[in-house]
Design a protein around this ligand. Structure first.
Ligand SMILES: [Cu+2]
Length: 252
């Protein structure tokens, strides 16, 4: 009997102790959770390019500010329509904010408006490899972009189209937009933009290029005289809106 009572008491003591321990544990846990995070709220600053219109001396442009998350490249492009075309020059960027980045550019191809893009160094480290690797840096799917005017020189609005049978594909345009050729001539579409484009016959399905990447081209020979509207399936429409063009083929 005595032993039993003793045992009973022991069980009660253990229960109380156990409850106390559990309560302490719960309180500690709650306390830990309720306590405000003491880690400093790091301001995650996104990639940017800041550039002003400027005079170009000795073929060098200056980009006021550029910020990347990881190391990459700051590239200057000539203009096709409203967007970037051929690469004119680039400079390496360390991760973080860089100021007054000087970039030597190929003035022979320069246009009045120059475009600037950030690229990431994701291919072979230390080598600028766009378009093979080193894609443009994007924020919410949109490339981090800037453009500026050259003040002290009189330059063409767009890069020159190489010849009378070539159509350039720019950021969201065909240049020239309308082209006239004799029957039997071959048109070459050259992809100069940073976005991919194609050329699709709008009415008769007579030609359709694959999606072209920067630097690629496509050609088609027009034997029959006529008017051939076409469009880019990504940036234009069959009815001629957006990125669309026209080939006029005359009797030979
Ligand atoms: Cu397109």
């Amino acid at each position: 009997m005595k032993l039993l009572i003793q045992g009973d008491r022991n069980i009660k003591t253990y229960r109380i102790l156990a409850m106390l321990m559990i309560t302490t544990l719960i309180l500690t846990a709650c306390n830990g959770r309720a306590a405000p995070a003491v880690t400093p709220t790091a301001t995650v600053e996104g990639p940017i390019i800041v550039v002003r219109e400027q005079s170009i001396e000795a073929g060098t442009v200056v980009i006021d500010q550029a910020r990347t998350i990881i190391s990459g490249w700051l590239a200057v492009y000539a203009q096709v329509c409203e967007g970037p075309g051929p690469l004119l020059g680039y400079a390496a960027l360390a991760g973080g904010l860089s100021r007054n980045v000087m970039i030597e550019v190929d003035m022979a191809q320069a246009t009045q408006t120059l475009h600037v893009r950030l690229h990431e160094d994701t291919g072979e480290v230390g080598r600028f490899e766009f378009p093979a690797a080193d894609a443009t840096v994007k924020t919410a799917g949109v490339p981090v972009a800037a453009a500026f005017q050259v003040k002290n020189l009189s330059l063409p609005q767009n890069i020159a189209v190489p010849d009378a049978n070539t159509v350039l594909m720019g950021e969201s345009c065909f240049l020239p937009n309308s082209i006239t050729i004799p029957a039997g001539a071959t048109i070459v579409w050259m992809e100069m933009g940073l976005l991919d484009h194609n050329a699709v016959a709008a009415e008769d399905g007579s030609f359709q290029s694959p999606l072209l990447h920067n630097g690629e081209s496509f050609e088609h020979t027009f034997y029959e005289p006529g008017v051939y509207p076409y469009f880019c399936a990504l940036h234009g429409s069959r009815d001629g809106k957006g990125m669309a063009g026209i080939i006029i083929v005359t009797e030979n």
